[in-house]
Design a protein around this ligand. Structure first.
Ligand SMILES: [Mg+2]
Length: 453
C-alpha cells in the first residue's frame, strides 16, 4: 500500500507532456450545443501526446468554419501558435465568419499551455489583476423599466458590480406613435433566420428573405424614434436607475436598426443616467458616422463584437469614434489578437470590454486576456440564468463566476480539465446526433491558399 502510494506520488510529479517540440496535431472534432445561452460549437484539437486543446466557435456560427481548417493543421506543432494563426487567418472574416479561426487559435493556446505547464495569461506577459470583473447582461424585452430594474437588482444581490441591459426599439415597437416606420417593415424584424432542417424550396425562400431583411443596415431602414418613443425610453432607464441606483455601471445594448442621428437623439436623452457605454448604435464599418456620434454626446460609444483582426479596429480607434471597444475573442481572431487590440486601444486612451456569450471555454479564454491586458474594464456574462453552464466542464471553480468575478488560477492552458460529455449531450443543436464524431472527410480539403500572386 505504502509502495503504491509512493509510486503514485512520483508519477504525479512527472510531466507526461514533456516533449513540446515533438507535439503534433492529429485530429479535430466538435460538439454543437445550444442553450448555454445560445448555440455554439465546442472544439477539441487532439495530439500525438494525449493532450487535447479546447476551443469554441462563436455563438450562432457554423462548425464548418473550424472544420475546414483541419487539413491546414494536421501534423503541425500546435505550440507554433502565431505561425499557424497567420496561415489560417485568411479563412476568417467579420462576425460569425471569424468563429473558426478564433476557435482554433484558442485551442492552440490551450495546448501550448498544457505542453509547457503554464497558464495562458502568463504567456501573454502576466497579470494586471487577480480577478476579472464580469458584467452581467440581461435581456430587457419587457415593457416595464421597473420590472427590468428589479431583475438587475437581483443580479447585484448575486454580487455583480457591472450591468448591461437592452434599450431601444424592442421596448417601444408596439406602442402606437413611438416609432416612425415604413409600413410593414417592423413585422419582419421579429422573425430571425433560424437553423434548419429546411425541407421545401418555400422554407428556404422564407429564411433567405429573413437574412436579407436583417442585413439591411441601420442608415437604410427608414426607422426613427418619435419624441414619444424617446420619452418612453428615457422613462425606462429612469425607472431602472430608480431601482438599482446610480452607483453601479449600466451599459446599454440593442438600440435597434436606427440611424446615427437617432442614436445621437437617444444618447443625449439618457446622458444624465450615465450609461457605461452605448453599444453598436450603427454598423461598426461606418467609421466617420461613429466619430460624429461620439462627438455629439458624452455617453461613451462602444462597438467591436463583430470585428475580425486588429486591422478592423484600427480605423475606428484612429477616428476617435469610440471610447470603449468590445471585441469578442471568438470573432476577433482569438487570444493574442485580442491582447494586441486591447493594447492598441490603450494607446488611444480607449478602454476594452470583452463580449462573450458562450460556454466556460470561451469565458476562460477571455478571462486570460482580461487578466493580462491593462485597459480591460469588464467581461460579458450572459448565462446567469443557465443552471447547467458550470457543469459543461471540469477543473474550474464552481460557480466559475462568483460574486461578479472570475478568478483565473495558475493551472496550465485555459485551466479547464475536460468537457463533460453527459452534460453537453443533453443540449445538442437541432439535427445534431452525437458529439466528437470523426471528421475524416475534412482531412484532404485543399485549395491553393494564397491571397496574392
Ligand atoms: Mg451587443
Amino acid at each position: 500500500m505504502q509502495e503504491a502510494y509512493l509510486a503514485d506520488e512520483a508519477l504525479n510529479r512527472v510531466n507526461l507532456h514533456s516533449k513540446p517540440s515533438d507535439l503534433r496535431i492529429t485530429d479535430m472534432r466538435v460538439a454543437e450545443i445550444t442553450g448555454a445561452p445560445f448555440a455554439s460549437v465546442l472544439l477539441k484539437i487532439y495530439t500525438n501526446q494525449g493532450i487535447v486543446g479546447l476551443g469554441e466557435v462563436r455563438d450562432g456560427a457554423s462548425a464548418t468554419y473550424a472544420l475546414m481548417l483541419k487539413s491546414r493543421l494536421l501534423g503541425e506543432n500546435p505550440c507554433d501558435i502565431d505561425r499557424l494563426f497567420r496561415r489560417i487567418k485568411q479563412f476568417g472574416g467579420h462576425g460569425r465568419q471569424g468563429g473558426g479561426v478564433s476557435a482554433v487559435e484558442i485551442a492552440l493556446w490551450d495546448l501550448a499551455g498544457k505542453a509547457y505547464g503554464v497558464p495562458i495569461y502568463q504567456m501573454l506577459g502576466g497579470r494586471f489583476r487577480d480577478k476579472v470583473r464580469i458584467y452581467c447582461d440581461t435581456d430587457a424585452a419587457v415593457a416595464s423599466g421597473t420590472a427590468t430594474g428589479k431583475r438587475l437588482k437581483q443580479r447585484m444581490e448575486l454580487g455583480f458590480t457591472f450591468l448591461k441591459m437592452d434599450l431601444g426599439l424592442m421596448q417601444i415597437a408596439d406602442v402606437p406613435g413611438a416609432v416612425v416606420f415604413p409600413a410593414g417593415s417592423l413585422e419582419g424584424y421579429r422573425e430571425y433566420p433560424r437553423r434548419g432542417p429546411l425541407k421545401t424550396i418555400e422554407e428556404r425562400r422564407v429564411r433567405n428573405a429573413a437574412y436579407d431583411l436583417h442585413n439591411i443596415q441601420h442608415p437604410f431602414t427608414g426607422l426613427h424614434f418619435s419624441d414619444k418613443g424617446l420619452d418612453l425610453l428615457e422613462q425606462y432607464i429612469a425607472e431602472v436607475r430608480e431601482v438599482i441606483g446610480m452607483d453601479v455601471p449600466l451599459a446599454i445594448d440593442h438600440i435597434g436598426h436606427i440611424s446615427m442621428q437617432n442614436g445621437i437623439r437617444l444618447a443625449r436623452r439618457i446622458e444624465k443616467y450615465v450609461p457605461a457605454w452605448l453599444e453598436d448604435v450603427i454598423p461598426w464599418q461606418y467609421t466617420e458616422q461613429y466619430r460624429q456620434l461620439q462627438d455629439a454626446t458624452t455617453v461613451p460609444i462602444c462597438t467591436g463584437e463583430d470585428i475580425y483582426l486588429k486591422e478592423g479596429f484600427e480605423p475606428l480607434l484612429n477616428s476617435g469614434g469610440v471610447s470603449v471597444i468590445h471585441p469578442d475573442l471568438l470573432t476577433s481572431g482569438g487570444i493574442l489578437e485580442t491582447k494586441k487590440i486591447g493594447d492598441m486601444a490603450q494607446d488611444k486612451g480607449v478602454a476594452m470590454a470583452i463580449h462573450m456569450a458562450e460556454s466556460p471555454i470561451a469565458a476562460m479564454a477571455a478571462a486570460h486576456v482580461a487578466t493580462a491586458t491593462e485597459n480591460f474594464m469588464a467581461l460579458e456574462y450572459h448565462s446567469a440564468d443557465v443552471d447547467w453552464w458550470d457543469d459543461i466542464v471540469t477543473g474550474l471553480p464552481k460557480p466559475l463566476v462568483k460574486n461578479g468575478f472570475i478568478t483565473v488560477s495558475d493551472k496550465p492552458g485555459l485551466g479547464i480539465d475536460d468537457v463533460v460529455d453527459e452534460v453537453i449531450s443533453q443540449h445538442l443543436q437541432p439535427g445534431v446526433n452525437g458529439i466528437w464524431q470523426p471528421t475524416d472527410h475534412w482531412d484532404d480539403e485543399y485549395s491553393w491558399d494564397r491571397t496574392w500572386s
